[in-house]
Design a protein around this ligand. Structure first.
Ligand SMILES: Nc1nc2c(ncn2[C@@H]2O[C@H](COP(=O)(O)OP(=O)(O)OP(=O)(O)O)[C@@H](O)[C@H]2O)c(=O)[nH]1
Ligand SMILES: [Mg+2]
Length: 484
């Protein structure tokens, strides 16, 4: 489905990565081409615009990794932005079907979008997961609709609610719930009727059914071949119904893929699955990372840049570790680390990441986890001159007064920060000699990957490599553990 887009982007990337250096104009031109490629793939205009703006901001802000070409770095940025646009880096969410049974999955959508087929696909998938599934059709409008589901159920050997002539959708839904309860089904899949166009009556009916059936999943089934119309459909359904997710059918068709690409951004709903054939097993979990990889076809470059970025982090960390071991951690380093504490959600964020912190957490009062102290400390460091930051020993009492005034704090606060720094330096020296103070004991640091997932900045010196005498457990000024 994304072939044309892939071809276009490959061309752009070839040009970008082919060169050693990139001028601003090169980058601009590349971004313009990417934008056109997205629009030609039928991505919604505002989505394409946002995408480009984001890539641009990232490209400007990104630290240069010397070991890779700038173009390669841009490929990685585009890749990450695409993953984001498609739903993010995490594991696909899966279905919400683990509450008290019967868990209801209700499918809605326009006529012919693939609801009935998808109902069968979901049923088969769940059956393979050892779930007991009941299928029920609420389509009382199209004459053969119920028979279609009955036949489908038979072919995949899944129970189907018996047809009772003349019953209305809401009543069928109630009957289906009862039947599922009585027979001990884990999941009830409700297939609903489609209409050719969006109309209020259809929405009212679907909303009424949803009220009765209280589905854990209310999924819109949309035909990806209809492009921007599918996106508009999704937007409208999402306004009228409490949708929980989307399934895009006919991803095996030769559509331009724009619907799939814009859906998430426009509706904010996760794409849970894509339909990739007419057969009952033609359903794939929608994995943003995998799809992005498929679209860009630049897996090698992405991996290369990721590795290089890790190396940069590691080099930084090692540099810091060496400084630390020599007791040479100066205030520029301290500031960097304080900033990082804030970046990962303040002291609470840090505490939350530390292994085995649960026990002591209760002993720490809210006041001690107050980040305003960190902010004040950063303020203090910033009102030091560069020389003072690098050589804290020169900070005389008159300098302390000046620094305190500059930061708008009491001199005692400056004194405290200096004392913390000294303690840190002493501890660092001791560690350099191999005497691991108890304060650093044992616990492993969170991995860089984990920190990144938790929203920390890309460069996390002091937190790399598992054993660095870095931030969290170290005697950082302001950290509760360091207050002796
Ligand atoms: N290639 C392909 N065909 C699909 C896919 N999903 C559904 N179809 C086909 O689309 C047609 C319509 O599918 P249905 O499941 O009957 O659609 P529906 O939404 O239930 O239609 P109504 O009940 O009439 O509203 C059928 O021929 C399906 O085989 C898919 O992912 N890929
Ligand atoms: Mg149907």
């Amino acid at each position: 489905m994304f072939d044309a887009l892939t071809d276009r982007l490959t061309g752009v990337f070839d040009r970008l990565t082919g060169r050693g250096a990139l001028s601003e104009a090169d980058v601009e031109a590349g971004l313009r081409e990417i934008r056109v490629a997205l629009l030609e793939a039928d991505v919604a205009l505002p989505v394409a615009k946002d995408f480009i703006a984001k890539v641009k901001a990232e490209a400007v802000g990104e630290a240069v990794i010397r070991s890779v070409k700038p173009g390669q770095q841009i490929v990685k940025i585009v890749h990450d932005a695409l993953v984001d646009m498609l739903g993010g880096d995490g594991e696909p969410e899966g279905l919400n079907i683990y509450a008290e049974p019967p868990n209801v999955i209700m499918l809605a959508g326009l006529q012919g979008s693939g609801k009935t087929t998808t109902a069968g696909k979901l049923a088969l998938r769940l059956k393979k997961e050892k779930k007991r599934v009941l299928l029920a059709s609420l389509d009382v409008y199209r004459p053969a609709a119920m028979d279609q589901l009955a036949t489908l159920g038979k072919s995949i050997e899944v129970d189907v609610l018996p047809i009772v002539a003349g019953q209305m959708p809401a009543d069928i839904a109630k009957r289906a719930l009862n039947a599922a309860r009585l027979a001990g089904h884990d999941v009830l899949v409700l297939d609903t009727a489609g209409r050719t166009t969006l109309d209020d009556e259809m929405m009212r009916e679907a909303a009424a059914i949803a009220k009765i059936a209280t589905p854990g999943e209310l999924i819109l089934v949309a035909d990806s071949l209809t492009g921007q119309d599918a996106v508009e459909t999704a937007r409208r359904f999402n306004e009228a119904l409490p949708l929980t997710g989307l399934i895009l059918t006919r991803a095996d068709g030769d559509g331009r893929g724009g619907a799939a690409l814009s859906m998430r951004a426009v509706t904010g709903l996760p794409i849970k699955f894509i339909g990739v054939s007419e057969r009952p097993d033609g359903l794939e979990v929608f994995d943003a990372r995998r799809i992005a990889g498929r679209i860009l076809g630049q897996g090698d470059i992405v991996a290369l840049v990721e590795k290089a970025a890790e190396q940069v982090d590691r080099d930084e960390a090692e540099k810091l570790a060496k400084k630390f071991a020599k007791g040479k951690l100066d205030f520029t380093d301290v500031e960097k680390q304080l900033q990082q504490v804030l970046a990962i959600g303040g002291l609470k964020g840090v505490m939350g990441m530390l292994p085995g912190v649960g026990k002591i957490k209760n002993q720490i009062s809210e006041a001690q986890l107050d980040d305003s102290q960190i902010r004040r400390q950063i303020g203090v460091i910033r009102s030091m001159t560069m020389e003072e930051r690098r050589k804290p020993d020169i900070i005389s009492s008159s300098r302390r007064k000046r620094i305190a005034a500059g930061a708008g704090v009491e001199v005692s606060e400056v004194n405290r920060l200096l004392k913390m720094h000294r303690q840190m330096a002493d501890m660092a020296k001791a560690m350099g000699k191999g005497n691991m103070p108890q304060a650093f004991g044992g616990g492993r640091m969170p991995s860089p990957e984990m920190l990144k997932k938790m929203g920390a900045g890309a460069n996390m010196p002091g937190m790399q490599g598992g054993g660095l005498p870095g931030l969290p457990q170290g005697g950082l000024p302001g950290l509760p553990g360091s207050k002796k």
